[in-house]
Design a protein. Sequence first.
Length: 444
Amino acid sequence: FSFVHLKKIKMSSIVAIVGRPNVGKSTFFNRLIQKRDAIVDSQSGVTRDRHYGYSFWNGKDFTVIDTGGFMLGGEDNFEKEINTQVMIAIEEADIVVFVVDVETGINSMDNEISRLLHKSNKEVILAINKVDNSKRQLDSTEFYSLGFEKIFNFSAINGGGTGELLDSLVSLMPEESVIENNEIPGFAVVGRPNSGKSSFINALLGIDRYVVKDLAGTTRDSIDTHFNRFGFDFKLIDTAGIRKKSKINDDVEFYSVVRSIRTIENSDVCLIIFDATRSFDSQVKNIFWLAARNNKGIVILVNKWDLVDKKTNTIKLFEEEIRKELEPFTDIPIVFISSLTKQRIFKAIETGMMVYKCRSKKIVTRKFNETMLPIIEKTPPPAYKGKYVKIKFCTQLPSSFPQFAFFCNLPQYIKDPYKRFIENKIREIYDFNGVPIRIFFRKK
Ligand code: GDP
Ligand code: GDP
C-alpha cells in the first residue's frame, strides 16, 4: 500500500552566515533580507525573531540563515556553540559565508572555524567585513593566510563590496530553483524535535519496518514517501530528513529550522506536529510562521493527546489557547491526535486533504465579481484625503495558492484594515480553511 521512492528536487539554495560574535553577521543578514521581509510581515501582522529570511540577487532566490541568531549566548560555551553551528551549517546549508572582521584581525576562533570549513567540501565564501575605507583594504590581506579561494572585502554597514560578494555567491547556485510538481498532494510533517514526527509517519504506515536507507552527504536529495491509504493519494515530503537523527545534536534549533525550511518549501500542506505536553513556544511559532509565509496550507496536529489529563484540559480549552498563538490566522484546523494509540490519524490526513482542496480552489471570475462587488458597494473603502476609491473588477490570479486582485482607480489609498475586511469576507463566503491567501489592489 505504500512505497518509498527517490526523487531529486531542485530547491532554492540555503546560505548560512557563520563567524564568531561581533564580526557583523546580523548586520549583513539584515541587509540581505530587509526589503522583502518587511513587506510580508506587515501584511500578516506576524512578528518574530529574524534569524532567517529570503533574499534574491541576479534573478536567484535563496534562503539566508544567520547562525549567530541561534546562539543562546552563554559565555562559557561560546566556542563550543559556534563550532556546533558551523558543523550544522556545513552539513545542511548549500553555501557558507564565513564572516571575519578586519578591525580585529584573525583570532583563534577564526582559525578554528577555518579548520572546520576546510575539513568539509562545502562551498565557502570568505567575507571580510568592516572594510569601510581604502586603508582597511590593505589590512584585509592578513586573512589570505586562512587559505580560502573566494575572498571578498565588504562593509555590511555601508554596503560597499556587497554586490561583488553576492555575484559570486549566486554564481555558486544552480540555474533553476523549480520545484517539481506532479499533482499528488505533498504533505510536510514538521515540528520540534521529539514532538512525534517519526511516530506519526509510523502510525500512518501501520508498521515499524519503514527505515530509510542511508543517504549521507546528499543534502540536495529529498526522499518523499508516496501513500495510498484510506482512499487518499498523497506523499510525505522529505521523510528521510524527518527520520534522520543528526549525529551532532538533534535539539539544536538551527538544525530543525534548516530541515523545516527544505521540507516546507516542497510541500502543499504542512502538518505541524505539536507536543501537547509542551507549550506552544517560539520554535513551534517559527515553524508555523515559515509555513504561513511560504503560503502553504496548514493543519495543526496536537500530538500525544493520550498523555493529557482530560479532566483539566478539554479540547475546547486547549484549542482556544492555541488559537490565541495563531492570531491573526483564525481558521487553521486543529486536530488532536495520538501517534502512539493511533487516535485520529485518519482524521489528520482527511483534514490535510481538505486544506489541500481549499488551497487549489479556483473561483470563477464572473461569480467572484457578482459576490464581491455588492459587498464592496455596501462597504466601500473609506475616503482618503477627500478622494474616493472605486473598485471596479476583481479576479483570482492564476497561481498555486489563492491570490486575488482588486482593480481600482487609487490602489495606494487602500489601507490594511480594508484589506483585512475584504480577506475576512472572502474567508466567510468561500472555504479557505487553513490556507493563507493574498490580496492585491491594483490600478486598472
Ligand atoms: P554579529 O554578532 O556577528 O551578528 O555582529 P553584528 O552584526 O551584531 O555587528 C557587531 C558590531 O559591528 C555592531 O556594532 C555593528 O554596528 C558593527 N558592524 C557591522 N558591520 C560593520 C561594518 O561594515 N563596518 C563597521 N565599521 N562596523 C560594522
Ligand atoms: P520526532 O523527533 O519528532 O520524530 O519524535 P519521535 O516520533 O521520535 O517521538 C519522540 C518521543 O515521543 C518518542 O519517545 C515517542 O515514543 C513519543 N511519542 C510520539 N508520539 C506520541 C504520542 O502520541 N503519545 C505518546 N505518549 N508518546 C508519543
